[in-house]
Design a protein around this ligand. Sequence first.
Ligand code: ADP
Ligand code: UVW
Ligand code: MG
Length: 443
Amino acid sequence: MTSLERNLILSVNAGSSSLKISLFSTAKRLGFTEPVALVFTSSISSISGPPAKFSFRLATGEQRFKDKPVDSIKDHSTAFAHFLDYLENHCSIPKSRIVYVCHRVVHGGDYAERVEMDPEAYHHLERLSDLAPLHNGAALSVIKACIDAMSEARSVAYFDTSFHRSIPSHISSYAIDQKIATERGLRKYGFHGLSYAFILRSVSRFLERPPESLNLILLHLGSGASVCAIKAGKSYDTSMELTPLSGLPGATRSGSIDPSLIFHYTNKAGRITHDPSMATNVGVTMAEDILNRKSGWKAMTGTTDFGTVTSKADLSAPASTDEDLEILRKFNPHRLAFDLFTDRIIQFIGSYYLKLGSEVDALVFSGGIGENGAELRSVIGKKMECLGFCKVDEERNAKARKEDAVVIDISVGSDEDEERKKRVLVCKTDEQVCFICSVLLLR
Ligand SMILES: Nc1ncnc2c1ncn2[C@@H]1O[C@H](COP(=O)(O)OP(=O)(O)O)[C@@H](O)[C@H]1O
Ligand SMILES: CC(=O)OP(=O)(O)O
Ligand SMILES: [Mg+2]
């Protein structure tokens, strides 16, 4: 087989509750930054809220599967096995043509940029697994499966954390003994960095302004949800910290809580958990397990799907006073969850608005909830108006989901309006695509 035939790049994104995989081809000889072309995208979602659902779409537009329930998928390893089986038996693509496998790895610790996987890198990432218990163990199980199945391909890890290395030390440090903080690496690392890099690039193109001229507030709202303040094109602050547990709540995560809550939740909280369903190579306490996997929407409402939370939240109920709203929240856990999420999101937006000195070019919604949740965007949009953000155009907002464009402006008004500043945008993020060209630079 010539090097020209080995021209495929697999890009693998192990999220907390999903496994998204895209295949790209590079038509030209490897070794140059030639543009790459998408061949297909595959997604297995709801891994933490079974049955998992399999979708597969060719770049030609042919949708082979859309949310097909697959009972055999229990975790990321079985999800990857399902994908590989489909690739080998139902797509006429020999895996021997894959030359690189790029992996999104959530926690890269002090790695400043990508690393090519070797035993040393593998063990380093394994040691970080306790700091991303829903992610690193799962990603490593997929990396191992890829190396076993495609021994000739080079595996390269890209990290969510790399994007946030620009956060200044007074924001990334904790007010604890600094010697211990340095020895143990206890600081804000930040996550969803591959997504934020993609959004920044896409918004910069959309607004026709260089990234370094932009101040933005970015919302990545999915199973894991976070906010990022971009100052002059760089991450300045973000809501996830040492681990992806802090900040906003998520599908199964509590988000930030008073640290003392742990001691009052259960007196067994400090013990190491022996839950067999936890990803391998992860050593967490029962408290971490509860806050990472048994909290969030799942614990509050019984579903991990924020679409269901929204549709059952009774948003059109005529609650005119604060007392009426309290009664609604008391009897409707979906409404309580929806309002709690909104409250935490605006808390970060307000804080970042101040940190950016009110010089904000746009507020950007992304991630499964940010891209599909028109109701949440509308509610947040109304709350942002007092800061001088454009009003949300409800018609544009409702249609955004169906549009093909990567960035959609849902603000009222037109480009000609002089006063149209602080826009409200939706960006269809893609964590698989952002590093593809850079892998071709590897020798
Ligand atoms: N119409 C909708 N309204 C609100 N949320 C939605 C809607 N459709 C999907 N979602 C949410 O998107 C989430 C998945 O987001 P995604 O970013 O793909 O997740 P992951 O973090 O697993 O990569 C699901 O939890 C689902 O609740
Ligand atoms: C960092 C993180 O929470 O990622 P995800 O949303 O994919 O679970
Ligand atoms: Mg995700």
